[in-house]
Design a protein around this ligand. Structure first.
Ligand SMILES: Nc1ncnc2c1ncn2[C@@H]1O[C@H](COP(=O)(O)OP(=O)(O)OP(=O)(O)O)[C@@H](O)[C@H]1O
Length: 205
């Protein structure tokens, strides 16, 4: 799977957030978008997957040399981001089963196994609205890591996680990102120390 950006630009009203972005993202590699608050990391991520329109240039997706349409690309992506909300009324178990209807889990793991991997089994019948922000974040990350999807996108992955949660995140990265395309948006160096491909948004102003 390859995502290619050609002369990509995005502006809001008259303000260019980024311009002339020429980048290529390949399966089996990880990439991190860095830059200060408000520089455009989340915007680039959302433009890259077509949930936000771009203002100029081109985004293309190819699988084994064959172009993939935007509609089909959604099936191949999982994303964990602060602006993507969970359904607050669902219990934890309902949230996992709901997600599973759209994106099956890797290796046919069951919802109960996933609860275990997330270390959240004691909370399975608790409503999401009563979860702490760190528990919600662990759930979002877990759904992304354990889904059967070749592209995994993480925006601010360790926000609200404590030290144990951040260590758990790094373990999951090791276990679940081989042979996938991973893109992270981050302001925290400890979230991407393993990553060799750093994209600084300030280079595209
Ligand atoms: N829908 C929108 N309409 C107008 N401006 C927007 C919109 N979305 C984002 N922006 C602006 O685009 C710029 C980039 O925002 P973005 O959220 O991509 O930054 P970021 O690098 O992800 O920031 P942070 O590190 O704080 O998460 C900011 O100036 C923001 O105000």
């Amino acid at each position: 799977m390859t995502i290619e950006l050609e002369n990509l630009g995005k502006k809001f009203r008259k303000e260019w957030i980024f311009r002339n972005v020429n980048l290529r993202f390949d399966t089996g590699k990880s990439y991190t978008f860095v830059g200060p608050n408000g520089s455009g990391k989340s915007t680039l991520l959302q433009v890259l997957i077509g949930v936000m329109p771009h203002s100029e240039g081109k985004v293309s997706y190819t699988l084994n040399g064959v172009e993939v349409s935007l509609d089909d690309i959604y099936k191949k992506i999982v994303i964990a981001a602060p602006y993507l909300e969970l359904v607050e009324e669902f219990t934890l178990l309902e949230s996992i089963e709901f997600h599973q209807k759209f994106k099956p889990f890797k290796d046919n793991i069951t919802s109960h196994q996933l609860l275990d991997y997330l270390q959240l089994t004691p909370h399975k019948d608790k409503a999401i609205k009563n979860f702490s922000s760190g528990m919600k974040q662990r759930l979002k990350l877990g759904l992304a890591f354990y889904s059967e999807a070749p592209i995994i996108l993480l925006d601010e992955p360790t926000s609200n996680l404590d030290a144990q949660g951040s260590a758990w995140y790094l373990e999951q990265i090791e276990k679940h990102t081989e042979n996938r395309l991973l893109i992270i948006c981050s302001n925290q160096p400890n979230e991407y120390t393993f990553c060799n491909n750093i994209v600084d948004i300030r280079d595209y102003k």
